[in-house]
Design a protein around this ligand. Sequence first.
Ligand SMILES: *Cc1c(COP(=O)(O)O)cnc(C)c1O
Length: 393
Amino acid sequence: MENNKSGFDTRAVHAGDFKDQFGAVVTPIYQTSTFEFRNAEHGARLFAGEEGGFIYTRIGNPTVRSLEKKLAALENGEDALAFASGMGAVSALFATFLGQGDHIVSTAAVYGPSRGILETYFARFGVAATFIDTSDPFAVERAIANNTKLIYLETPTNPTIKLTDIEQVAAIAHQYGIPVAVDNTFASPVLQNPLDLGADIVLHSLTKFINGHADMVGGALIVKDRETFKRLHKTLAYFGANMDPHQAYLVYRGAKTLSLRVLKAQENAQTIARWLEQHPKVEWVRYPGLKSHPQHELAERQMHGPGSMMSFGVKGGLQAGKKLMDSVRLAKLAVSLGGVETLIQHPASMTHAGLTPEAREQAGISDELIRFSVGIEDAEDILADLEQALEKI
Ligand SMILES: *Cc1c(COP(=O)(O)O)cnc(C)c1O
């Protein structure tokens, strides 16, 4: 039996499993919307919360619950909640902690839609947001106001690969009694555990590393205490961005090989980052595993490894970037990240093309920036592909 003292991989494989009546080794898919009560008394007890069990899949489902237990074990949390998407988790987090007249401090370079819902919907409901460069913990302290109810961090950021010192920000936030939530999607629980560093809530887009096979969309919140779990669960059950049992089954399966995939991709990324840094057509490389990364020391202290996400600049700006996109053969030209396959993307002409050049510059997204999500293929093949594509510029 796995327990919370087991190693990471043992937890990844076994945590969340339960015995069914047939001895199934794999957690079954409970594809049902509703659950039959044994009698009126049983139904009453379930609704009153006097007995554990399942009522209706929007409120809870055995397959989804297994996944939640596994995720809690991987992030050293007390419990977890799974959502239909990463954005479902972000929305539920904000809806739970923020109300009219409240304020949130957030990393400026958070995932676009996470910032978008604050600037559009939550602003409309009377929630103020301050977006700052949280890599400076004192900027966080300066941004805190009397009505600040949540500090929201993303580290490392996309696609600029900037880090925030979670431990330091959490210490500051807690002096003011403010909880800290961290979007840990880019690092995955293999490489960074924000709850161990003092954060109160961890968020994941399961779509990325945790599922890892680019075949579903999902999200999760992992918490340290029962009270927060109950508040978030109520939001989930009311707003309804619940995960489907089949979705949960896919992530549950994907998560079992999480560290194998993350560590192989990381090994590839280290080789590729060093190679790119020497390449005459490459201007710069931003990867936390390189000594040239301005926060290399923080990465070594805070993360268990630098991961497999990097960005680099090609000489020749926008046109060179587009040419590279059109010349790669193995790397797929697509958004998203953290899957087994290598993905390449050019933010200035794609994900961030909607921003004005000034806004892009402010966000640190220069025209020559290429975002690279390294997969688990053979490093030599990824390198050969980059080499032939760079030659065409
Ligand atoms: C993809 C992503 C999200 C949103 O997750 P979805 O599953 O696409 O809804 C949030 N944060 C980060 C860092 C992401 O990469």
